[in-house]
Each structure stands twice: as structure tokens, then as C-alpha cells.
Design a protein around this ligand. Structure first.
Ligand code: AMP
Length: 292
């Protein structure tokens, strides 16, 4: 069993069933070990590793889940195209000192007859929720199930998926799973592109075009810093940047309240700039928090 901090490296376990993970977490809870959890869909990049390292630093035991959750894919989105690299993900987890890699099967997570669903209504309505109907219900349901199984002290998420962080924060506050949530900054490539498991699917031309999303958000941020306080002006400026890139199609670019995600006509306090674009068959999202 695990020792208390400092972490003592033991061989990583891969657990594939909900029964085995809840047995494992029950045993650790009995010993008073603090568990940190990083929920993912796998195909790791440096963004995932930053979350895993933060969990490793602050918790005695670390669980990373890899589950490509079919329920969070919207209509017309092909879950079978999502990259799967469990073997190399497991090697990375082992190298980072993860204690348990939880990689359940779809049937294990959603056995026949599964019917429950968690929804966080108003925060899930706009932006990603509108472009991907059912997405956040899928996210909220799987996160609730993972938190019930593992009961981590701390669960780690990335700011990259800003709306997701608000949805999960809400469900943690409303349903009291006994977990604290930590959100870590977005990890980017040197040209600004936010790392994503979807990026390797970009063609070389699309990859060259991809930083336009971050560039648009940065232009919005600069405009705010220069004193512009009209939300619609900022939005137009961001659209202008993306329209310079012929491969990119905008799903949305928005200037919002960072707690409600409602659009902000006049900017005060902190705002979040949200964006989603499509490049061929790949969809990219990004965001920046800006203080006015
Ligand atoms: P995913 O595997 O894409 O579902 O992501 C798993 C976790 O990693 C989520 O909390 C994401 O927000 C986070 N994440 C994804 N990309 C990044 C990134 N570029 N920087 C930081 N965290 C990220």
C-alpha cells in the first residue's frame, strides 16, 4: 500500500473495472490517504502532464482516468475518430509516478440499462453547449460517476476547457461529492496554439492556420488593455483576425462574464474571451481571462 508523503514510487496499477477502482479507493480512504484525480480522454500532451504533475505534488495517491466518453460527443461527432493511445499514455503515467491508471470500458461505465444523467442547466446552455448539444450532460454525468467511484480530495482540470470548468465547479458545489477542484492554466505551443489531443489531426496547412484562434483572443485582450470597453467592438475585432485566415470558420467568438458566461456588452472587472473555430474536420477551442 501507499505510504504518506513524500511519495514512495511503487509500480503503477492499471484498473479496468468500476468495482476494482471503488475497492481501491475505499482501502485508501480507510488509511486516510489523500487522493488526487485527473480525468482525461487520453492521447496525452504536455497539458495533461501539467495536471498530473500538480496532482503528484499535492496528493499522496494519484489516479488518472482515461476514458473516451461517448456521451459527451455531440450528434454527428465521430467518437471512433478520437485518438486512442492507451499504451503510451500508460507509459507516461508510470514515468510521472501515477499510482493508478483507471481505464474503464464503455460497457463497464454504461452497462445495459444505464439511465442516469446529470445536467447543469444554465452554464451548459451557450457556446460549447449550443454547438455540441448534449455535450455537457455527458461531461457532467461522467465526472459525477468518476468522482463517486474515486472520491478524490482534489480533482484537477485545465482552463483550456473553460466552460467545462464552470460546469464541473457548479456540480461540485451543488452535489457535494467531497472534492475540491483545482484549475490549471492552458499549456500552449510556442506559437500560441493551445495543446489538444485533436491537434495532431490537423493537416500541415491547418496546423499553420491554427494559431489564428489564439491570435484573435490576444487581439481582443490588447484592445481591452488599450481601453476599449464595448463587448461588441472587441468581438468584431476578434472576428476580423480570424477572417484573415481562409481555412478557418468561426463557431463563436465571445466576450463574457467569467462566472455566468453571459455576453458582456460593457466591460468591467474580469471578462473571459471565448472562441471556437473549425479547420477542416477539426474543431479548436480556446479562451483568455482578461482584467479590464
Ligand atoms: P481531455 O483529455 O482533452 O478531455 O482533457 C483532460 C483534461 O486536460 C481537461 O481538464 C482539460 O481541460 C485538460 N487540458 C486539455 N488541454 C489542455 C491544455 N492545453 N492545457 C492545460 N490543460 C489541458
Amino acid at each position: 500500500m501507499l505510504n504518506k508523503a513524500p511519495h514512495v514510487a511503487v509500480a503503477m496499477r492499471t484498473i479496468r473495472t468500476v468495482h476494482a477502482i471503488s475497492t481501491w479507493s475505499r482501502a485508501l480512504h480507510r488509511q486516510g490517504v489523500t487522493i488526487g484525480m485527473v480525468p482525461t480522454m487520453g492521447a496525452f500532451h504536455a497539458g495533461h502532464l501539467a495536471l498530473i504533475r500538480a496532482a503528484r505534488r499535492s496528493c499522496e495517491a494519484v489516479v488518472v482516468s482515461v476514458f473516451v466518453n461517448p456521451r459527451q460527443f455531440g450528434r454527428g461527432e465521430d467518437v471512433s475518430r478520437y485518438p486512442r493511445r492507451l499504451r503510451s499514455d500508460a507509459a507516461l503515467c508510470a514515468r510521472e509516478g501515477v499510482d493508478v491508471l483507471f481505464a474503464p470500458t464503455q460497457e463497464g461505465m454504461y452497462p445495459p440499462g444505464f439511465e442516469a444523467s446529470v445536467s447543469v442547466r444554465s452554464l451548459a446552455r451557450r457556446w460549447e453547449g449550443e454547438c455540441r448539444p448534449g455535450h455537457f450532460e455527458g461531461v457532467a454525468t461522467v465526472v459525477t460517476k468518476l468522482l463517486s467511484l474515486v472520491r478524490p480530495e482534489i480533482v484537477f482540470f485545465g482552463q483550456k476547457d473553460f466552460q467545462q470548468t464552470l460546469v464541473v465547479k457548479r456540480l461540485v458545489e451543488d452535489l457535494n461529492p467531497g472534492t475540491r477542484m483545482v484549475v490549471l492554466p492552458t499549456v500552449r505551443d510556442p506559437d500560441g496554439l493551445a495543446l489538444s489531443s485533436r491537434n495532431p489531426r490537423l493537416t500541415p496547412a491547418e496546423r499553420r492556420a491554427a494559431p489564428v484562434l489564439c491570435a484573435a483572443l490576444q487581439a481582443g485582450r490588447e484592445a481591452i488593455r488599450s481601453g476599449i470597453r464595448s463587448g461588441s467592438r472587441i468581438r468584431k475585432m476578434m472576428h476580423q483576425v480570424v477572417s484573415g485566415e481562409r481555412l478557418a470558420q468561426v463557431d463563436y467568438l465571445a466576450v463574457c462574464d467569467p462566472s455566468t458566461l453571459e455576453p458582456r456588452p460593457r466591460l468591467t472587472g474580469t471578462v473571459v474571451l471565448l472562441g471556437a473555430i473549425r479547420l477542416g474536420r477539426t474543431r479548436l477551442i480556446d479562451n483568455l481571462l482578461v482584467r479590464t
